[in-house]
Write a protein that binds this ligand. Structure first.
Ligand code: KIV
Ligand code: ZN
Length: 529
């Protein structure tokens, strides 16, 4: 279906700008630690994205350090840090990304009247001044500067063109016009870009970019409309995560351009075979489940239920499938380990799956692998992925589920007793009688840890098919007003639940502490500091 690669024109190459770790991470309840962010960034590099927007460094020391670690560790893509227009924001972004081989500063300011008047409480003239100074300051650090007029799709196009011209005069090399609130429609968005090209001829010499939110379910359609108008960078996130209804979904954009390349005439450098693995990793580490019927990466995206469809596919796959599952990396891994497999085999298998573990991390992974292999005959690639990403969820304030005992039946109130290893090395016991076994279990954990976590969401899924499948549990827990996710994997569903709950508690603790500190001002100040 795809056009032969030798006929591809460089001008038709679309850059994939991934914002999973910045806009995606702004989704409620997502709390990725540094190691998780580096792991996702490494996988995005394997996926072949062009730009990784690694975070918004001014917002917290944790975000700064994660962006810095990505800039130092991840090679290949451009590593980008987001900044408002203030000197402090741009300095923080630069200091976080400066060690990357290919650093980019992305600075933005709103250009719609509603944002200027109500949010920024300033004037159009001031916005122009802030944009000018911000791009100039960013350019004093690096040649690669992206500028976004926030809420671009709801801005007066004439005024936005003036601001964009200023950004270009100061040396911006990418101009991204976002549909910040997911309001635009494909024809409108396309016409807006065509108008911008007319009003700002200099746009022909830089990369114009789309950034679409999915509030009306049009993020991918709008992105495609922007590409049709001449944009050559798409900002998107894995599994479509992001503010509110999320961002345009990376896998949908990539596979749309791949599958319909002969019609659309555009192509990307993405390694499509890495899509499924990237989606699973992001889903596990963020705790955001992928809906079963989600395009490309939903578990039913390649499933055929109706007999007539099954019959058709068996005779000729393309009767009902427009994509081959192996193109996105499904069904092409044959790794199987068992209880006799050694440390070396485990390390090799993990490496093949893209996880690099050595030293203490390898010892921990091996210990966990042995525990599971003792209870499950065959440990497959999917099991290993689940085990490895569970290990990454280890928080600094780690709790250990040392033992548990749960009694439940139809004629009595469920009772749970637990022993929990605390971060200071002591072991505490807790017990509880509840309305259900899960409630009793989690309340017993609260009693042992001394934290009043409240369960908000609870999901159980099987990592693979079969009765001996590993259970994977994801929980969303609220602790003192802070939401945090946790994930646990085990052959025993209750053990996986306990591990997930303890992780969520541990993840919530640093965030709750951070929330007590005075936060950096999230609203844009009227003038630069
Ligand atoms: O949606 C938006 O406008 C953004 C900008 C920071 C690009 O995320
Ligand atoms: Zn956005």
């Amino acid at each position: 279906m795809a056009a032969p690669t030798d006929k591809r024109n460089k001008a038709d190459r679309v850059r994939i700008f991934d914002t999973t770790l910045r806009d995606g991470e702004q989704s409620p309840g997502i709390s990725l630690n540094r190691q998780e962010k580096v792991e996702i960034a490494g996988q995005l590099a394997r996926l072949g994205v062009d730009v990784i927007e690694a975070g918004f460094p001014i917002t917290s020391p944790g975000d700064f350090e994660a962006v810095q670690a990505i800039a130092r560790d991840v090679q290949g893509p451009i590593i980008c840090g987001l900044a408002r227009t203030s000197v402090a924001d741009i300095d923080a972004a630069w200091n976080a990304i400066r060690d990357s081989e290919r650093p980019r500063i992305h600075t933005f300011i709103a250009t719609s009247d509603i944002h200027i008047e109500r949010k920024l409480q300033t004037t159009r003239e001031d916005v122009k001044g802030q944009a000018r100074a911000a791009v100039a300051h960013a350019r004093s650090y690096t040649d690669d500067v992206e500028f976004s007029p926030e809420d671009g799709s709801r801005s007066d196009v004439q005024f936005m063109a003036e601001v964009i011209q200023i950004a270009l005069d100061e040396g911006a090399t990418t101009i991204n016009v976002p549909d910040t609130v997911g309001y635009t429609m494909p024809d409108e968005y396309r016409e807006m870009f065509e108008e911008l090209y007319r009003l700002v001829p200099g746009l022909a010499d830089v990369t114009l970019s789309v950034h679409c939110h999915n509030d009306l379910g049009l993020a991918v359609a709008n992105s495609l409309a922007g590409l049709a108008a001449g944009c050559r960078q798409v900002e998107c996130a894995v599994n479509g995560i992001g503010e509110r209804a999320g961002n345009a979904s990376l896998e949908e954009i990539v596979m749309l351009l791949h599958t319909r390349e002969s019609s659309v005439g555009l192509w990307t450098g993405a390694v499509t075979e890495e899509i499924a693995r990237t989606s699973r990793l992001v889903s596990r580490l963020t705790g955001y489940q992928v809906q079963p019927n989600k395009a490309i990466v939903g578990r039913n995206a390649f499933a055929h239920e109706a007999g007539i469809h099954q019959d058709g596919v068996l005779k000729e796959r393309t009767t009902y499938e427009i994509m081959d599952a192996t193109t996105i990396g499904l069904q092409n891994n044959s790794i199987v380990l068992g209880k006799h497999s050694g440390r070396h085999a485990l390390r090799k298998a993990l490496e093949e799956l893209g996880f690099h573990v050595d030293g203490a991390a390898l010892n921990t992974a091996f210990k966990r692998f042995k525990e599971i292999a003792d209870r499950k005959k065959q440990v497959t690639a999917l099991d290993l992925e689940a085990i490895a990403s569970e290990g990454m969820r280890q928080s600094t304030a780690a709790y250990e589920l040392q033992s548990f005992d749960i009694e439940a039946g139809s004629d009595r109130s469920p009772f749970a007793r637990v022993q929990i290893g605390l971060p200071d090395g002591t072991v505490r016991e807790g017990s509880f009688t509840g309305d259900g076994p899960v409630e009793a279990f989690f309340s017993a954990i609260n009693a042992a840890t001394g934290h009043e976590g409240r369960l908000k969401e609870y999901y159980v899924s099987a990592v693979t098919a079969g009765r001996d499948a590993l259970a994977e549990v994801t929980v969303l827990v609220e602790l003192d007003g802070t939401l945090a996710q946790g994930q646990g994997v085990s052959p025993d569903t209750m053990e996986a639940s306990g591990r997930a709950y303890l992780r969520a508690l541990a993840n919530a603790l640093p965030q709750a502490e951070e929330a007590e500190q005075p936060a950096p001002d999230q609203a844009l100040s009227p003038s630069r500091s």
